[in-house]
Design a protein around this ligand. Structure first.
Ligand SMILES: *[C@@H]1O[C@H](CO)[C@@H](O)[C@H](O)[C@H]1NC(C)=O
Ligand SMILES: *[C@@H]1O[C@H](CO)[C@@H](O)[C@H](O)[C@H]1NC(C)=O
Ligand SMILES: *[C@@H]1O[C@H](CO)[C@@H](O)[C@H](O)[C@H]1NC(C)=O
Length: 190
């Protein structure tokens, strides 16, 4: 009961009046709070999929526009982005993938990520890759549709900023070393 009304309050403040919410004057960077890859051993009985899992957060409260009851805002939002593949040849390089956005903000915030081949070295989705992220904030206010699009990304590489270990059976687990890690986003032209 308590939880339900709490969620409703957050949601209401996002799309209607929110005079009490202080708007961020300076945009804070996105933060990757978690990033890891898992490659299974080839042993029978194991899930054969390799995984890349990322959690990303936009800590900003972003002004959306005026509603009849006050300033509407997009509240902070976070998402889990997950890629599962069988072999490195199956990796959808350059293809946009949906992330799972948290329930409180998914009605107006959409996160998308793309894994891209790195500028240097062989592309491996577990060890050497680029990621780009896109956040699309959308709300329908009386008389206007507001869409704000932000993008950002970086390079990720075992040895440079990911570490972990491989086992004798072929299983490997790598993590981003320093989290939270800042990703400087830019707002796309409307
Ligand atoms: C990665 O995330 C997906 C989706 O949330 C989850 O099902 C999966 O168990 C995670 N993989 C690992 C290796 O933690
Ligand atoms: C992301 O995954 C973590 C760990 O499984 C979970 O606690 C969290 O609620 C998830 N967040 C979203 C936005 O799905
Ligand atoms: C990883 O290291 C490379 C090379 O030093 C650098 O270009 C990149 O920005 C770093 N990325 C992260 C997530 O730390």
């Amino acid at each position: 009961m308590y939880f339900k009304s709490f969620v409703a309050l957050i949601a209401a403040s996002a799309v209607s009046a929110a005079p009490a919410i202080k708007l961020a004057r300076n945009v804070q960077p996105w933060q990757i709070t978690r990033l890891y890859t898992h490659t299974p051993s080839g042993r029978p009985g194991n899930d054969p999929h390799s995984t890349l899992n990322i959690t990303i957060t936009d800590p900003n409260t972003i002004p959306a526009g005026q509603s009849p009851t006050g300033q509407a805002v997009f509240p902070p939002t976070s998402a889990n982005c997950s890629l599962q593949y069988l072999t490195n040849e199956d990796v959808p390089w350059g293809v946009e993938q949906s992330c799972t956005t948290d329930d409180n903000t998914k009605a107006y915030s959409t996160w998308i990520f793309t894994i891209n081949k790195p500028a240097e070295g062989a592309a491996y989705a577990s060890e050497n890759f680029d990621l780009s992220f896109k956040l699309v904030d959308y709300v329908h206010l009386p008389g206007q549709e507001v869409t704000k699009t932000f993008t950002g990304g970086d390079h990720f590489e075992v040895g440079d900023n990911m570490s972990g270990q491989c086992g004798g059976s072929g299983v490997c687990n790598w993590n981003l070393n320093d989290t939270p890690y800042d990703i400087q986003q830019t707002e796309a032209e409307a």
